[in-house]
Design a protein around this ligand. Structure first.
Ligand code: MTE
Ligand code: MO
Length: 235
């Protein structure tokens, strides 16, 4: 799979001041010295391919450019032609899907708001496939309770299997009727409705069913494991 790092955005601006992030960056071999942040969070740098829908069923939508970039280690650019999504762990038959394989599953559309712990939110129309449909193809085994999602920037997060199935959590490839810009998670990101933004994994490359919750970057740095929006995000 071909993945490149957008060097314009080595780290989220605010997060540069956080010691924990600096440590994580160092561990991941991401050099920060002298990194220029110019053009990183600027909306003009986000290339939108097509004309965005900005109202849907009477609801006003944010633009794909209105989101702030909250990425810990720089945006990733993934080539759809070599992209793979693996489904592993407590499943009867592990799977590897190509970009086209994922798109063959039934499409769903929904307006959902993303809220970040940094104090901003954005509402968009998301289109994608259901994580539960992908998992059904692999066949969850008894004992699987958690869905651990890994991403091309080397991070992971987890969502309870009950929540993923019950809520109809999507792996979205479109925002406002245009393909996700790389900054928004192309080719696929999680739409974790009712969860804080750090659960909305971008650049998803792996899904693992597990008997216990996984902890990714945000969860190891003090954010709650369930990420429920109606509760404090601090663990
Ligand atoms: N792979 C990956 N996904 C990620 C993040 C990240 O650093 N890496 N940041 C998360 C956080 S904290 C938020 S608030 C949202 C922000 O979405 P956006 O970057 O599309 O604005 O993405 C989430 N998904
Ligand atoms: Mo966030």
């Amino acid at each position: 799979m071909t993945i490149t790092i957008d060097k314009r955005c080595p780290e989220g601006k605010k997060k540069l001041s956080r010691r924990a992030i600096l440590k994580a960056g160092a561990a991941a071999g991401i050099g920060l010295a002298g990194a220029s942040l110019a053009g990183c969070t600027g909306s003009s740098s986000v290339e939108v391919n097509g004309t965005e829908t900005r109202t849907y069923q009477g609801q006003q939508l944010s633009s794909a450019r209105d989101f702030r970039d909250e990425t810990i280690g720089g945006d990733r650019r993934i080539d759809a032609g070599t992209y793979t999504l693996t489904i592993t762990g407590l499943v009867k038959a592990p799977k590897t899907f190509s970009y086209d394989d994922v798109l063959r599953f039934a499409h769903h559309k929904k307006v959902v708001k993303l809220s970040c712990v940094e104090g901003w939110d954005a509402t968009a129309l998301w289109e994608g496939v259901l994580l539960s449909d992908l998992l059904a193809e692999a066949g969850p085994q008894p004992g699987a309770v958690s869905v651990i999602i890994s991403t091309a920037d080397g991070d992971s997060t987890s969502l309870d299997l009950d929540y993923v199935v019950g809520k109809g959590v999507m792996l979205a490839g479109m925002i406002n009727d245009v393909p996700l810009p790389p900054e928004r998670g192309y080719p696929f990101r999680v739409v974790a409705e009712d969860k804080w933004g750090y659960k909305w994994a971008k650049w998803v490359t792996g899904i693992e069913l597990s008997a216990s919750r996984g902890t990714g970057y945000w969860e190891t740095n003090g954010y709650s494991g369930n990420g429920d929006l109606n509760r404090s995000f601090l663990s």
